[in-house]
Ligand binder design. Structure first.
Ligand SMILES: Nc1nc2c(ncn2[C@@H]2O[C@H](COP(=O)(O)OP(=O)(O)O)[C@@H](O)[C@H]2O)c(=O)[nH]1
Ligand SMILES: [Mg+2]
Ligand SMILES: [Zn+2]
Length: 419
């Protein structure tokens, strides 16, 4: 079942593994999942529950190749097909992009934040038929800022259902909203995701404003695990069982079939707060819709292991780091963070003022793709020490998003840099 689902999602076999992950952000119903479908042909909401409710609950993934026609002028020369849609010439493969489709519902901010960890760039989707900003438009842009996503493109969606006057008004609202934010210089592209209007202009903007990040493949591999599963049918004989599969994005280094694999922080010892890393061997790799011997940075990589599949079942290993045995950073049970706190709690309608971090308070932490809870154990100016209820594996200097429960919901209040 899971295997089926995985292969259904990855129907596009790419000429090359995706090199860049681009996320969608924005308020619920503004058209994020529709846009990913317009670009990739894949409806990224995966679960029956999501389909029923019509909203994205978990992160969705879909890949897209980008080709350029040597004969046509921009933006007509950009296409997702190997044959130019405008003139029929053979188009040249540029690169492959992997989309991370985030949920826009306010209760799902935590999911959105863990997805943001693997985004190299983001498309902020804003519907033209609603006043801008809506609460999660604001909250997601603040999240991009906090996580440090610099390459942003804004799409003004649903231009097919507004008149010219409203289209201009909405455009002005968007311009005013992004003034003084990370998205200040981001292009704003009017589109209709549903009708496929101006998609070529968006492709051109992605190629121009979202360059493939420079990565160092000579470094030890470091992969964020964002999903994991058990591909065995219930009742499979023990000698026929396949090992657990972990899926994620490689941030630096590369993985090869045959590598010794380590997964950190790993799994909890029964009844204790101590975590033991898992060890296995990479027995298969899947990237860009096909089996590969070597997997590179970017896109979503599926790593076949010899691990007990029960660990990997139902995303059980999400939030871990995968790498080569002996080459990952240690498990941390506390974090010393240099914090930057926002002025206002952006997801709230009232934009409540954020109080300083207090001794003993409980915070929700996003460390890469991992989510954990911590208690503030000491404060010295902007430096806070947080004791974690669940350890994390993380690199020094990486960013941790901090959320506090305000009026019953976790709200983003800022970030900390790991000392
Ligand atoms: N008229 C119009 N409707 C759209 C457009 N894009 C999305 N929608 C509709 O808006 C609703 C929400 O879209 P969806 O992609 O699920 O939004 P998400 O919550 O941001 O992922 C759906 O009913 C879509 O069919 C568009 O460009 N024009
Ligand atoms: Mg959606
Ligand atoms: Zn052409």
């Amino acid at each position: 079942m899971e295997k089926q689902r995985m292969s259904n999602e990855k129907t596009t076999i790419l000429p090359h593994q995706p090199e860049i992950n681009i996320g969608t952000m924005g308020h619920v119903d503004h058209g994020k999942t529709t846009l990913v479908q317009a670009l990739t042909g894949v409806w990224a909401s995966r679960h029956s529950e999501e389909l029923k409710r019509g909203i994205t609950i978990k992160l969705g993934y879909a890949d897209m190749p980008v080709y350029k026609c040597p004969k046509c002028e921009p933006p007509k020369n950009y296409t997702t097909k190997p044959i130019c849609t405008a003139c029929g010439s053979k188009a040249v493969f540029e690169r492959a992009v992997s989309f991370v489709d985030a949920p826009g519902h306010e209760a799902l901010m935590a999911t959105m934040l863990s997805g943001a960890a693997i985004m190299d760039g983001a498309i902020l989707v804003i519907a033209a038929d609603e006043p801008c900003p809506q609460p999660q438009t604001r909250e997601h842009l603040a999240a991009a800022n906090v996580i440090g996503i610099k390459n942003i493109i804004i799409v003004q969606n649903k231009i097919d259902i507004v008149d010219e006057k409203r289209a201009h008004q909405s455009y002005t609202e968007i311009e005013n909203f992004v003034k003084g934010t990370v998205a200040q210089d981001a292009p704003i592209i009017p589109i209709s995701a549903q009708r496929g209007v101006n998609i070529d202009i968006l492709l051109q903007a992605m190629e121009e404003f979202m360059p493939t990040p420079k990565r160092d493949e000579t470094k030890p591999p470091f992969m964020y695990v964002v999903r994991s599963f058990d591909v065995n049918k219930p009742g499979t004989a023990i000698d026929k069982l396949e090992g657990g599969i972990v899926g994620g994005t490689i941030l630096e280094g590369k993985l090869k079939v045959g590598d010794e694999l380590e997964i950190r922080p790993g799994i909890a010892a029964e009844g204790k707060n101590t975590y033991t890393p898992l060890h296995s061997e990479i027995v298969s790799l899947q990237a860009g819709g096909k089996k590969v011997e070597e997997a590179h940075c970017g896109g979503l990589v599926g790593v076949g292991t010899l691990l007990d599949p029960s660990y990997a079942k139902a995303d059980g290993l999400t939030g871990n780091i995968a790498g080569k045995t002996g080459m990952l950073p240690p498990n941390l049970t506390e974090l010393t963070l240099e914090t930057q706190i926002l002025d206002r709690a952006v997801g709230t309608k009232e934009l409540m003022k954020i109080e300083e971090i207090a001794m003993n308070e409980t915070l929700l932490l996003h460390v890469g793709a991992a989510i954990t809870i911590g208690k503030v154990a000491s404060i010295r100016k902007d430096t806070v020490l947080i004791k974690l209820t669940r350890p994390v594996c993380a690199q020094t200097a990486s960013r941790v998003a901090l959320s506090r429960k305000i009026a019953g919901r976790w709200r983003l209040i800022g970030y900390g840099k790991i000392h």
